[in-house]
Design a protein around this ligand. Structure first.
Ligand SMILES: [Mn+2]
Length: 321
């Protein structure tokens, strides 16, 4: 049996995998972990802090080898670095809190709860329901997984509190979550990018910010959202050029998703764009200096975003009637 989470496993995917292993061990079943491309930097930091040694294969090259494949925190096979055909012949179980994708269509068994804010909380309530006792380190990782996906409990889901209750009763604490400071180069990139920022205001109360930076574009975009922006668009490095897009909850409530904006930007520059509702990326081929790309985006994106926002508000009014 194999348990696999999405590539670059974040603490939620990682905690789900570890907790799930403990449940299976309870029934005498041993599972192999697969973390495509390895766990994320934060996840590795967390493992070190808690002192758990997690052996994880870095690709699921031949899933047919396994009779059972359990996928956590993932909706599509591309996020595992495989295609659906690779899973033919395996019995698939999906445990997730994202919008169902190809994996769920092909699953033999699925526990998909969109009202959960993390996959970890789903697995934790499962463990509790099955009277599984977990060790303190696992409980710590579980709390961390929930903290990560809920933005330190800012967006809680239907199982967040019961899951935390269970994990804390097993010795888990949120204390170990003090993440190390950002490295100097990343902080410097954020500050430089902020000093070059251009802003626009749409739909009365939504703030759009635009800037450019040589690297760390995703981190910069995240930082701008923390600062109070509703849409952050950061032209970054790489060839093709990476453009990071992030959106706040307020933007989402007004129909603006990072994914749609990234697609729009990609279209304008004949590139490719996609991602999640709140975090997306466009890759564009352009020889223009970053500054000029920012200028073009600054002139075109606010109009597009305002049309989406006004449209979404119109729909709301339509529903209310
Ligand atoms: Mn998750």
């Amino acid at each position: 049996m194999v348990i696999v989470g999405h590539s670059n496993a974040d603490p939620d995917a990682l905690a789900s995998m570890i907790l799930l292993s403990r449940i299976l061990e309870n029934y005498g079943v041993e599972a192999i972990h697969v973390c495509p491309e390895g766990p994320s930097k934060l996840s590795r930091q967390l493992l070190g802090q808690v002192g758990i040694e997690q052996r994880c294969m870095d690709s699921i090259s031949n899933p047919r080898f396994y009779e059972w494949v359990i996928v956590v925190d993932t909706s599509n096979p591309a996020q595992l670095g495989i295609s659906m055909e690779d899973l033919e012949g395996s019995k698939l179980i999906v445990i997730d809190h994202h919008y169902p994708g190809k994996l769920s269509n092909n699953a033999l068994l699925k526990i998909i709860e969109r009202r959960a804010a993390s996959t970890t909380e789903i697995v934790a309530v499962l463990a509790e329901a099955l009277d599984v006792i977990v060790d303190e380190k696992t409980a710590f990782i579980g709390v961390a997984g929930i903290y990560y996906d809920t933005g330190r409990l800012k967006r809680i889901g239907i199982y967040t509190i019961p899951a935390l209750d269970y994990l804390v009763s097993m010795g888990g604490k949120p204390l170990l979550l003090e993440v190390e400071d950002l490295p100097f180069s990343e902080r410097y990139a954020r500050i430089k990018a902020a000093s070059r920022m251009k802003t626009a205001r749409i739909c009365k109360e939504l703030i759009l910010s635009f800037t450019h930076v040589g690297s760390f574009e995703s981190s910069v975009a995240r930082g701008l959202i923390d600062l109070g922006a509703d849409v952050a668009i950061v032209v970054g490095g790489g060839t093709p050029t990476r453009i990071a897009v992030r959106t706040s909850n307020r933007a989402l409530n007004n129909g603006l998703t990072a994914r749609d904006l990234a697609k729009y930007i990609a279209e304008r520059f004949q590139g490719e764009g996609g991602g999640h509702p709140q975090a997306a990326m466009a890759h564009i081929k352009s020889d223009m200096p970053r500054e000029e790309i920012v200028e073009i985006l600054y002139r075109s994106v606010p109009g597009k975003a305002a049309r989406i926002c006004v449209g979404a508000r119109g729909n709301e009014r339509g529903k209310a009637k």
